[in-house]
Design a protein around this ligand. Structure first.
Ligand code: VGL
Ligand code: ZN
Length: 198
């Protein structure tokens, strides 16, 4: 498969709090950092847009246990935990999308109450390549929204990680995305030259 104009990379919530050193650690989430770096390099060198979402909660967010939700406090605005994961190499022209900023609302999809759908239209995007965390929450909901909007959507299966609160959650999420029309690819599908680009 060849990348072309109209393609974009969408990186979901690769932030310190979701890494093994963060407050809501996703097992092995740091292992996908070099893989994502290679996708970033590939899209950047082809001049294709790169979007990166950040879970960006106020400290009184409803998803936190102390506020009646089910998650430990995470990705609080302007904290180190909300910054992009150490080691992720985003270019200077990355387009950052802040999500789940309303204290009263959980928002897993990077398209929910954000400017992302407008930006995709403005950039004349046709195909979206999506990686990041967590597979069965923010990646899943973002991919389903993209499919609903009619974008050809590919899940970067070597650049996602799930929480797996139940052992099959990630697997089921992948199945659902496929069933609803997503393609599932790996680095070599779009970058045949090397294991990791660069
Ligand atoms: C996420 C749990 C809570 C995610 C965000 O990025 O998938 N998961 N907040
Ligand atoms: Zn969150």
């Amino acid at each position: 498969m060849e990348l072309k104009q109209g393609d974009c990379l969408i990186i979901i919530d690769m932030q310190n709090d979701f890494m093994p050193w963060g407050s809501l650690p996703i097992p092995d989430a740091d292992k996908i950092i070099p893989v994502l770096n290679s996708y970033i390099e590939l899209f950047y060198k082809k001049g294709l847009p790169i979007f990166a979402s950040r879970d960006w909660h106020p400290s009184n967010h409803c998803s936190f246990k102390e506020n009646g939700g089910s998650w430990p406090s995470h990705c609080v605005q302007h904290t180190k935990g909300a910054e992009f994961a150490d080691g992720l190499r985003l270019p200077e022209n990355v387009i950052v999308i802040l999500k789940a900023t309303d204290p009263e609302k959980e928002a897993y999809s990077a398209l929910q109450d954000t400017e992302l759908s407008q930006l995709l239209r403005q950039n004349k995007i046709k195909r979206c390549f999506v990686g990041g965390v967590a597979t069965e929450y923010c990646v899943l909901n973002t991919v389903l929204d993209l499919l609903k909007l009619g974008y050809k959507t590919y899940v970067l299966s070597d650049a996602i990680k799930g929480v797996n609160i139940n052992p099959k959650d990630e697997e089921n999420a992948l199945e659902e995305m496929k069933r609803k029309g997503a393609g599932v690819i790996v680095t070599e599908s779009i970058c045949p030259l090397s294991k990791y680009y660069v």
